[in-house]
Structure formats: C-alpha cells, structure tokens
Write a protein that binds this ligand. Structure first.
Ligand code: C2E
Ligand code: MG
Ligand code: MG
Length: 617
C-alpha cells in the first residue's frame, strides 16, 4: 500500500526484530517534499495510513467496550463488592483501561511491524530507483543492489525472500544488459571498442574542444596484408595476426588514449590534449616500429605492414571535413606512397581522393572505350645488350587526363574487380603482339612478360584466360612469362601451389617480380615452380654505390644460379649499375638505361634496330 504523504506520529520503536541492520526505520522513510520535511523527520514517527487509523480506532473501541461493558459484571465473582462494580466511575475506569491497553498494544505491534516494513519499503524504493536509472542510461555496470537479510520466517521474512528472489532476476537482467552492451560496443575478437563506441568517443572529444578548447588528434591504421594472410593461412591465421597487431598497438599508446577496431583490418587511435598531434606522431612511429618484428602464426613468420593516416581536429576543421574522414584520406595517401608508413592529413589528400573517385567511375568505361594501351619495355641480355624480350606495361589514355600510369589505377581495378577483364585483355593483346614480333633473340626467340596481380591470379578464370590468349595468338607458351609477386606466398597454400603448377603445365614461365621486398621465407622458392627472379629496383639503385644493396643483388644472382633460375635486374638506370651487374654476372636487365616502356610501334622500331631484322607486324 503506498505510503500516504501525511505523517502520523506514533510510537517510536527502534529495535526491529528480524532485520540485521536495525536501522532507525524513520531513516528509511522518505522526507516529504516541501519546507516542513525536516521537522517531520525529527518527530520520529511512523507514517501510517488512514486505514491504520481506522483499524486502531476499531481496536481500541472494541477493547474498551470489552473492558468497560463486559468485564464489570464478572468482577463480583472475583470478590469485588457489587456496590463498586456497578458504579459508573468503575465502568469508566475499565473502559479507559481497555482503551489504554488496546492503544499501547496496537502501537507496539504497529511500531515493530511498521519499522520492518519501512526497511523493506526503503530497499524497494532504492532498487526501483537504481533499475529505473540503469534502464534510462543503458549503463548497468554501476547498478549495485544489495539483497535484504532474512532472519525470520513470518510474513515479513517471506516478503523479504520474495524481494531477494526478485533481485536474482534483476542481477540476471543486469548481466544480460552488460553482455548486450559489451557486444554492441566492443569487438569480439580483439575486445577493443568498436566503431560505434569510437564514434561516441569522437563526439565527446568534439564537445570537449567546443566547450573547453581542448584539441584532439587521431590515427587511422590499416593493415597492409590481412587479406593474403586470410587467403593463405585461413581465417584463424588472420585472427591471430589481428590479435597480435592489437597488442602491439596497445603497447604503443598511453592509458588515456582510445584504441578501437573500426572494421576488418582497420584500427583507430584517438588522443586528446594540448600536444596530442605530437603524441599521435610518436604513437604512429612506435606502432610502425613494433610491427617490424614478424608475427608468429603457427609455423610461419608473417611481417605485417600497417599504413597510418594522422589527422588533427584543427586540420580537419580547416578542410571542412570530419576528423575520421581526414585521417582515412591520409591513410590512403600513406598506402599509395608505398605502405608501411604514416602520413599526416593535408588538404591535397582530399582533392586527390575526389579525383580518384572520378577515376574509378571512368575506369568502368576505359576497356570498352578502347582507352587502354600496352607499352613495352625491353628486357636486355646484359652480356650482349640485345633485346631478349619485352615486359608489357599497361597505360590508360584518359580522354581528359592524358596517359595515366598503372600505379594510379591498378589498385582501383583490383578493388572493383575490373582487374579480371582488364588482365584478360592485357594477356590477349600482349600475346598477339609478341606472336607478331617473333624474331631470334639471345634467349632463342623473343619473349613477352605480363604482370598478373593477386586478385587476377586468384580468379578461377585465369587458366582459361591464359589458354585462350595462347590459342588465339598462336604464341609458343614457352615465350610467355607471367610476373607475380611474393605477396602470393605469404604462406604455403595448396590453392596457390596448384594454380602455379597448372600454369606450368600450360608450358608458361613464371617470374617473381620486385623480388626481395616481400615478407615470406625463401624456402618457397624451392617448392614453387619459379623460373625467373626480378631483382627489385631498390637494390639495383644502390648496386654501384651501396655495399648492402650490392650484397643483396649478389646474393640474388647467386641464388638464381644455385636454383637454376634466370635473374633480371629491374630499374637499371645508368652505366655504373650496368657495370656492377655485369661484374656480378647478372644475366638480364631492364631499365631506363636501355629504354623506357615504349608504345608498340616504337618498341618494334627498337627491335628492328637492335636485331637488324625488319619486322612484319
Ligand atoms: P613492375 O611490373 O615492377 O614494372 C616495372 C616498373 O618499373 C614499370 O612501371 C616501369 O616503367 C618502371 N621502370 C622500369 N625501368 C625503370 C627505371 O629504370 N627507372 C624507373 N624509375 N622506373 C623504371 P610502370 O609501368 O609504371 O608499372 C608499375 C607497376 O604497375 C608494375 O610494376 C606492375 O606491378 C604494375 N603493372 C603494369 N602493367 C600491369 C598490368 O598489365 N597488369 C597488372 N596486374 N599490373 C601491371
Ligand atoms: Mg613486372
Ligand atoms: Mg617490378
């Protein structure tokens, strides 16, 4: 029954049987709103309802009547003279005594029971408040509810037990709410805050800046090689990598920074405070350094690069874009600039991204509109300096932007899946051209190399596309080389091996492009059927000037000789490099020193001049 607002003074019984903490029941009574609440509290009275008044009145009148009306006729039996027993004053005294006993008895009972009920009521009120506020805020973590101690088996004890069993349900609900809250705001794999929680924190940081002028900065981190790890080591391998990367990021930040996993291979770090931009750069450096140590996944060592975009709230505001978007754009710039690095956001990133969006849209038209073209760069036999073959390199003749180099659109083609039809066209065009140019070369006959990107390699149509191109062009399969990169070999994968073997069964050669820059072990070289190693330009650059670069180049040439593989030095730009490579007995070279990639007609002319043979195509 709800307590009435009008307090009624009654007997103040303070020792409450059945309640462990015998608190003053009055203390549990809510102060009544209004100015007289305090004096009322001081009166130390139980609040009782009008119904209790009624009960009290009936009880007292009843007892008084019994004592005053029924009791006097019997007192003569006890030896009281009739003269006394019949007097009105005696009857009145009995009535008064009846009232007094009734009143005291009733007050005592109500005091004890009422006090205990008040304690129960107090508990219930506090529980209701806690549940209501937790439901409102959705935060159950601070909802602490103490059960009531039960040490009597009367009705109040039963009520307390019922109350406690209600608490069990509340606890269950609390755990469920906490679980749901955790699921909604934390990433299950890494236990980091997820995108939703990160956006909340970002909003709080914005408010902090608005209200108190405290700036913030963030890092947007993107793993460079989750997909190949997933593809080759399975999703368990990918999960291990993600957990290891999480630990390394956490080891690079301060306790107050927020680290979140935004999606598959994307993480973010939020920093606030006056020098947060400098701190963000320090964290980025630490994360990059921490990832230089490979991650152990089963029997494999995986070196995982990460590309980082840094944005400050100030720079983002100046460009009129949200900080998350600014950091994302900077991250893309870091990826484009060669991965495994950190870029700070600048307005050009925004402009470049807009252009890239346009480029991606235009790329859909490029193939059908005949805007794609192949350039050919000669691969030269170093001892004789004769053309041994060509590498076909893709160009896009964009109607507005002129000749677009592949580094600006191959990744877009990969993202959109357009690389598959584009790659198919490259295969057909390059084999057709090579078949038409056939002429004797130092390697027998002229060869053609075609680049195959990871997504194209993994596509089920690849083998069919190669066969069709060979069939249509009539080119001898032995004259076709497919250039793949080490990223295919992050780890042993049955699918990759099978496909490489199928390519070999067609009679086609395989080259490892940009060799020396990848991250997998050398042992795959013996297992996979590779014919050619292309020494990456970064080693050729320093071959005449840096002892380290020369040592790497020498080791690759040596490796080629041991494993009976051809070796091509890429990006050969001057006579000193040529001399150094000749000293190392590197058999083949390719680079601006001989020729840049040339349009088909110029390549044919070069071929004619170098071999003295007039070509027919
Ligand atoms: P890549 O296969 O390693 O090709 C060699 C790149 O180095 C070419 O860049 C070439 O122009 C450049 N290069 C050659 N010699 C020198 C030199 O002496 N100095 C300098 N600075 N650069 C030199 P390009 O044509 O821009 O191609 C870049 C990359 O785009 C290629 O690297 C290849 O990975 C990719 N690519 C090109 N064409 C295709 C294609 O048809 N399909 C696929 N999937 N990728 C392609
Ligand atoms: Mg290549
Ligand atoms: Mg290369």
């Amino acid at each position: 029954m709800p307590a009435e607002r009008t307090p009624t003074p009654l007997v103040g019984v303070r020792s409450l049987k059945g309640v462990t903490k015998p608190t003053d029941p009055l203390a549990m009574t809510e102060p009544t709103a209004g100015t007289d609440a305090a004096p009322r509290k001081r009166r130390r009275a139980f609040r009782l309802t009008s119904r209790v008044f009624w009960d009290l009145a009936v009880y007292m009148v009843g007892l008084g009547l019994v004592m005053g009306v029924i009791f006097p006729p019997f007192v003569t039996l006890l030896g009281v003279p009739q003269a006394y027993a019949g007097r009105p004053v005696f009857i009145a005294a009995c009535l008064a005594a009846g009232f007094m006993v009734g009143a005291m008895n009733y007050a005592l009972t109500k005091g004890v029971v009422g006090g205990r009920l008040a304690e129960l009521g107090g508990h219930l009120r506090s529980v209701t408040g806690v549940i209501a506020s937790a439901t409102r805020s959705g935060d159950w973590s601070s909802a602490v509810i103490e059960p009531i101690h039960v040490d009597s088996d009367d009705q109040i004890g039963d009520t307390a037990k019922a109350f406690n069993s209600l608490l069990v349900a509340v606890e269950g609900r609390k755990e469920l709410e906490e679980q749901l809250h955790h699921q909604a705001f934390y990433d299950a794999l890494t236990d980091l805050p997820n995108r939703a929680l990160f956006l909340e924190r970002l909003k709080e940081a914005e408010e902090l800046e608005e209200q108190q002028g405290i700036p913030s900065a963030m890092l947007f981190l993107d793993l460079d090689n989750l997909k190949p790890v997933n593809d080759s080591l399975g999703h368990e391998g990918g999960d291990t990598l993600l957990r290891a990367v999480t630990q390394r990021i956490l080891g690079s930040v301060r306790g107050e920074d927020t680290v979140a996993r935004l999606s598959g291979d994307e993480f973010a770090v939020l920093l606030t405070g006056v020098r947060c931009d400098e701190q963000a750069a320090i964290v980025a450096e630490r994360v990059l350094a921490s990832l230089r140590t490979p991650v152990v996944i089963g029997d494999h060592l995986v070196r995982s690069g990460i590309s980082i975009g840094l944005a400050t709230s100030e720079a983002a505001r100046a460009s009129g874009i949200p900080m998350l978007r600014a950091a994302d754009l900077a991250m893309y710039a870091a990826k484009a600039a060669g991965k495994g690095r950190c870029e700070a956001f600048s307005p050009e990133h925004h402009d470049r991204r807009l252009k890239q969006h346009q480029l991606r849209a235009d790329l859909h038209e490029a193939l059908d509109a005949g805007q794609l073209e192949l350039f050919y760069q000669p691969i030269v036999d170093l001892p004789t300096q004769q053309v041994a073959g060509f590498e076909a390199l893709l160009r896009w003749r964009h109607p507005d932007r002129g000749l677009v180099p592949p580094l600006e659109f191959i990744s877009l083609a990969e993202e959109t899946g357009l690389i598959v039809p584009i790659g198919r066209w490259v295969l057909q065009e390059a084999t057709r051209q090579a078949a038409a140019w056939q002429t004797p070369s130092p390697l027998g006959r002229l060869r053609i190399s075609v680049n195959v990107s990871v997504r194209q390699f993994q596509h089920p149509d690849l083998i069919g596309d190669i066969s069709t191109a060979l069939l249509r062009s009539g080119l001898d399969p032995a004259l076709l080389t497919l250039e793949i990169t080490e990223s295919l070999f992050v780890a042993d994968d049955a699918g990759t091996t099978r496909k490489l073997e199928e390519i070999k069964e067609l009679g086609v050669r395989l080259a490892l492009d940009d060799f020396g820059t990848g991250y997998s072990s050398l042992s795959y070289l013996r297992r996979f059927p590779i014919d050619t190693l292309k020494i990456d330009k970064s080693f050729v650059d320093g071959v005449a000037t840096s002892s380290e670069a020369a040592a790497v180049a020498a080791a690759i040439v040596q490796l080629g000789q041991t494993l009976r593989m051809e070796v091509v030095a890429e990006g050969l730009e001057d006579a000193d490099q040529l001399q150094a490579l000749n000293d190392l007995a590197c058999p083949l070279g390719q680079g601006y020193h001989f020729a840049k990639p040339l349009p088909a007609a110029e390549a044919r002319e070069l071929l004619r001049l170098s071999s003295g043979t007039l070509l027919t195509a």
